[in-house]
Every structure is written in structure tokens, then in C-alpha cells.
Write a new protein. Structure first.
Length: 266
């Protein structure tokens, strides 16, 4: 099976009045990603609206099949690549911090709601999701979805590995001074659970938040295959299923587990 080329768009910070600004930037990133041979583009957490929304998130939230999804689907279909994007999702009276994956034909493939909320903004305005493993298939690979703080816990990442996830998508809004996450935690998670992780961050300053950038793709050998700097950037990397199979054969963490000893974890 051929490698899957992916792109991470580390977009600039900002809370635009409408999503037309972020959608225009997304279209440009999708064009560049497609020109580079990518078949998947991942944006950052709450990409469509910006992160520092405060109570404004209640007005900006929309259903999973709302106008934002329709606009992203049009971009995906135009450029023939899948797009994962962060947005605030509304379902009746609840608002979720969500990640939606749109296929290269514009079809909605998966929608995940962040389970581990971080900080006063998120815990005040969002309802935590309760579905730990959300997956989709793309190009022969099994993709899994988490968001930001989720991936800092070993349990959800391991749950994905045990469920067959090969490439874990993790959009984020990581702030300074937590650079240790892309520098150390993400490669360690990829190594200990034997999968690829695509970690797409925001950049710049937005309200009270200063984002760290440093978006990266980590492989199952614990190495970072591509990394962004501090500013706006499009990162390209290949996810090789053959290398993943070889790595899992050599590193037998998943097979050598003894779950009967871990019952105190739950």
C-alpha cells in the first residue's frame, strides 16, 4: 500500500467576524496541499471560528451538517482531498468542541467531540464528548480523531491503537509555555501506542492566548517526520503503512500488554 501524503495547516490566530475569512484561507491551503500531492489536509482546533470566542461561541456554533460543513465540503471536492477541521458544534442546547472529517468527494466521514476539556473557557461553554474512539477509513488507512488535550492522556491514544487506528488526527490550540507537548509528548504517544500522530496547532496571539505553533507529524518510531515553526505554515509528511506494520512487528508493546493487571485504572 502506497504512503498517504498529508498536510497540516498551521493557520494564524484570530477571531474573524465571519467564517468566510477562514474558509478563504482553507481554500488556499487546500490548493497548495493538493499541488504537493497531499490527500488529506488537517487544520487546527476551532479553525472555522477562532479559539478566543468567550461567550461568543454560543452564537457561532452550528450543526455538524451546517453551512460550515457545506463550505468545507465544497473545498474538499474542488481539490480532491479530505479535510479535517475544528469547529464549535451545536446540538440542541449543547455546544461541543468538535473535529469533522470530510472526504475528498465532499461526503462527511466522521465527527468527534472533544472529551477532555481544558481551561476555564472550554469547561464553561462546551459539553464534553462521550464517544472515546471515532474512526474513518481513507486511502486504505484507518484514521482516528482526537482533539488537543485528549492526546495528552495516554488512555485515549492507546484505546485508538487497540481499535486499529493507524493515523491519529489531533488538531490543537496549544498555548505557550506548553511546548513540551509537541516536543516530547506527541512523539512519545506515537511510540508507546505504535501509530502516526498528526498534530496541527494554531499560531500567533489571540485574545489572552499565545499559541505555540510547532505542528508536527510523529511516526511510530518516535521520530518527528515534519515540524512547523512558530508562524503560519503548511507542513507536508508521508504516512507509510508498510513502515507502521514493520514497526509494530518490532515493537510489541500492544501485544505484550497485560490488561488483567490494569483493572485499577478504571
Amino acid at each position: 500500500m502506497a504512503p498517504l501524503r498529508i498536510a497540516l495547516y498551521q493557520g494564524p490566530a484570530g477571531v474573524p467576524d465571519t467564517t468566510s475569512v477562514t474558509l478563504a484561507a482553507l481554500a488556499g491551503a487546500a490548493r497548495r496541499a493538493a499541488d504537493a500531492g497531499a490527500r488529506l489536509l488537517l487544520t487546527n482546533e476551532l479553525y472555522l471560528t477562532g479559539y478566543a470566542l468567550g461567550a461568543g461561541v454560543l452564537e457561532r456554533a452550528e450543526p455538524a451538517d451546517g453551512p460550515g460543513a457545506e463550505a468545507v465540503a465544497a473545498v474538499a471536492a474542488e481539490h480532491g482531498l479530505a479535510i479535517g477541521y475544528g469547529y464549535p458544534e451545536r446540538e440542541r442546547d449543547a455546544v461541543f468542541n468538535a473535529l469533522q472529517l470530510i472526504g475528498p468527494d465532499g461526503a462527511r466521514l466522521a465527527n468527534y467531540r472533544k472529551a477532555h476539556l481544558f481551561g476555564a473557557f472550554e469547561t464553561t461553554y462546551f459539553t464534553p464528548g462521550d464517544e472515546p474512539v471515532v474512526q474513518a477509513d481513507l486511502g486504505g488507512l484507518r484514521l482516528g480523531l482526537l482533539i488537543c488535550y485528549d492526546v495528552e492522556f495516554p488512555e485515549p491514544v492507546r484505546a485508538h491503537a487497540l481499535a486499529g487506528t493507524e493515523l491519529l488526527l489531533a488538531p490543537t490550540a496549544l498555548m505557550r509555555p506548553y511546548e513540551i507537548v509537541p516536543q516530547t509528548v506527541i512523539p512519545a504517544r506515537a511510540w508507546e501506542s505504535q501509530l502516526y500522530i498528526a498534530y496541527a496547532n494554531r499560531s500567533g496571539t489571540e485574545g489572552e492566548f499565545s499559541f505555540a505553533g510547532m505542528s508536527c507529524v510523529a511516526g511510530p518510531d518516535g521520530t518527528v517526520r515534519a515540524r512547523a515553526g512558530a508562524g503560519e505554515e503548511l507542513v507536508i509528511a508521508d504516512v507509510d503503512p508498510g513502515f507502521l506494520r514493520a514497526s509494530r512487528a518490532e515493537n510489541t508493546y500492544l501485544n505484550d500488554r497485560r490488561p488483567e493487571l490494569y483493572t485499577t485504572l478504571v
